[in-house]
Design a protein around this ligand. Structure first.
Ligand code: TXA
Ligand code: MG
Length: 336
């Protein structure tokens, strides 16, 4: 198969929409990361996404829509809280888990009776939805387990010749995936943190919300019973670079940097190629934007090891650490 390289033009959106309508796969940019899209209501088309990504069948895909009203076709119920979140954060980096209507195939929902819905910012996805006339199921456009793609080239590296088309819209502005919030319980719960924070949601809803207690915790095989993240995707190994990665963490930033520097020097003297990822407190958004691209660059350069400084785990820092901890397989070096 030849993968078409499309741009964000009127003509190319039509071409992409036609492919979606015909049951093919089109990768497209969103403000968070690139998605790999298919007609969400066509089980054969969605199955192709799972095959090409190597994605476990029990990991549901987010369904993308173009307009607020589209949610009514897909959600069995739209509560007042959901309305508030939609109006406040859409179009934007928020996915709401809601009770699913039966028209959504089980392949799309990973067999669940709920569905994640998102209305992204940016033209590509919404134009594809509007022009194809169907909601679009799209996980991140990476081979399962690899870092999420934040540039069209990342998608090409993983899927050239394996998907019908990719739309190039330049680098993604946010760089980490949408926040996933479960609206099906009595109290909303964040299942995956993003660039929007818990505080943003509590302000919008005027009440406390929950955070999945397994987030940013190392899975303990002894306690497998207790480690059951509510978003199926959170249980899989993720975002993994080829090289081993070590996170340096401690109270004193100076000491942390000192320890990282010493480790780097020692390894360089041994002839190793070392990648250092070091963002200052206050640079959390920048870290979010560049983190995945940095991992892919390290892969390309064939580095021997990645050393990364932990960010303070609050606000956006918590969300970046959520990705960083998984990339490193929770390999943490305490510096005290
Ligand atoms: O920013 C994003 O969300 C990107 C862009 C393309 O929209 N998409 C994305 O999709 O990151 P994906 O498939 O890589 O991550 C979706 C996450 C997974 O952890 C999945 O388990 C969870 O959302 N999820 C989806 N539907 C769910 C459901 N019904 N219940 C619980 N978790 C769900
Ligand atoms: Mg993903």
């Amino acid at each position: 198969m030849k993968t078409l390289h499309l741009k964000e033009t009127d003509e190319d959106f039509d071409r992409g929409a036609e492919i979606i309508r015909d049951g093919g796969l089109v990768a497209f940019p969103t403000e968070t990361v690139y998605g790999l899209g298919a007609d969400a209501l066509n089980p054969d088309a969605v199955l192709k996404i799972y095959r090409v990504k190597g994605r476990p069948a029990d990991n549901p895909s987010i369904v993308h829509i173009a307009d607020y009203e589209d949610i009514r076709e897909l959600a069995a119920e739209v509560t007042e809280d959901m309305e508030i979140l939609m109006k406040t954060f859409w179009p934007g980096p928020m996915t709401m888990i809601v009770p699913a209507k039966e028209i959504i195939p089980k392949v799309t929902t990973g067999g669940l009776d709920t569905v994640g819905i998102r209305m992204p910012r940016g033209a590509s996805c919404r134009e594809l939805v509007r022009r194809s006339g169907c909601p679009i199921a799209a996980p991140s456009a990476n081979i399962s387990g690899k870092p999420s793609p934040t540039e069209a080239q990342h998608v090409i590296d993983d899927f050239e010749g394996k998907i019908e088309a990719v739309i190039d819209g330049g680098p993604c502005q946010v760089g980490i995936e949408s926040m996933v919030i479960d609206m099906t319980g009595s109290i909303p719960m964040i299942l995956r943190p993003g660039i929007l924070t818990r505080a943003d949601f509590e302000r919008a809803l005027g009440k406390r919300i929950l955070l999945d207690p397994t987030l940013n915790r190392k899975p303990d095989p002894e306690k497998a019973e207790h480690f059951r993240p509510k978003a199926p995707g959170q249980k899989y190994r993720h975002y993994a670079p080829k090289a081993p990665m070590i996170i340096f963490e401690g109270k004193d930033p100076e000491q942390v940097r000192g320890a990282m520097d010493a480790e780097r020097l020692e390894r360089e003297q041994l002839g190793q190629n070392v990648c250092v990822i070091d963002y200052e407190p206050g640079e959390e958004r920048k870290a979010a934007k560049h983190f995945f691209a940095r991992l892919r660059e390290a892969d390309r350069e064939g580095v021997d090891v990645i050393l990364a400084a932990a960010l303070p785990e609050n606000g956006v820092g918590f969300s970046v650490m959520n990705r960083m901890l998984k990339s490193a397989g929770f390999n943490i070096r305490k510096v005290d």
